[in-house]
Design a protein around this ligand. Structure first.
Ligand SMILES: [Zn+2]
Length: 280
């Protein structure tokens, strides 16, 4: 029963953000003529639908964290169903708000099914620089486009799902950890990073040298080969156990790359409370 309530709660959160996203897409389209949902690169790459899917699925993310619901098959199934519903909702709202040149509503003349068929098959897709090559009416290819957009929309949701799967969980209580504090340290070389990363846990976690290291500022100018260490203190909302998570990134001159091998999560012994260390 509890599981049913939390699943419904998460689905409801996803439904709310999906409907809001659909309303947003149609509103922007009616005000500016720009349709984010059908925005594609090289005709078939549904970038806009992916972004819309990501925004729509954000509700699942926050809902799952709030209700402590692990991502599972049920969540994926809900995502597919709600994504299909949202895409239809976008079409339906486009249909019901479409005003013809003479000021009358299109919905007074044609049924939704007819409208959908026309809008998909009569759509014109353009390719090339500044879209100068009109490919003509999409015809039955329009249905494929709608399908590609559905896939893009789903992938937006899946990326939220993957993001959720990476969130740390208290194994004992089966609850998502809550972040209690965060420190970001930067180091200029591998040696400097190692002097922190490899030494920290050689001190007992309740010792002054340990607290001292976490409290200390480590800051260098960002340049090629510099490292960022993100140090997050997590706490279980139920048993209050704490855990320190380390993630390391290296700057390659252009952007930051995660170093997965240096990612680590270290559980603190019971009753250890490091909140004040991280706040300082
Ligand atoms: Zn716990």
């Amino acid at each position: 029963m509890k599981s049913f309530i939390t699943s419904s709660g998460v689905a409801l959160c996803g439904l709310v953000t999906s409907v809001l996203t659909a309303v947003g897409v149609v509103l922007v389209q009616n005000l500016t003529g720009f349709n984010l949902f059908t925005l594609s690169f090289w005709v078939v790459l549904p970038v806009g639908a992916f972004l819309v899917g990501f925004a729509a699925a954000s509700g699942y993310f926050f809902g799952s964290l709030y209700f402590h619901k692990k991502p599972g098959l049920l969540l994926l199934l809900q995502m597919v169903l709600i994504a299909a519903f949202t895409q239809l909702l976008i079409y339906y709202m486009e249909y019901s708000t479409l005003i013809l040149d003479d000021g009358t509503k299109a919905s007074e003349y044609i049924a939704f099914g007819q409208y959908l068929d026309l809008s998909l098959t009569k759509a014109h897709y353009r390719i090339g620089r500044s879209a100068q090559h009109d490919m003509g009416e999409a015809g039955s290819f329009g249905y494929w486009m709608a399908f590609f957009q559905f896939i893009g929309f789903m992938l937006g949701g899946v990326s939220v799902y993957v993001f959720l799967s990476g969130r740390p969980i208290c194994q004992a209580c089966d609850k998502y950890f809550r972040p209690l504090g965060k420190k970001i340290k930067s180091f200029g070389s591998t040696d400097d990073l190692a002097a922190y990363y490899d030494v920290l846990y050689t001190h007992p976690v309740v010792s002054e040298p340990f607290s001292q290291m976490i409290r200390s500022e480590y800051k260098v100018k960002t340049e090629k080969g510099s490292f960022n260490l993100t140090e997050t203190l997590h706490g279980c909302p139920q048993c209050k156990a704490q855990m320190i998570e380390h993630s390391v990134q290296v700057f390659n001159g252009q952007d930051w790359k995660d170093i997965d091998q240096l990612k680590r999560q270290v559980s603190m012994p019971e009753t250890v409370n490091l909140v004040s260390v991280f706040k300082a």
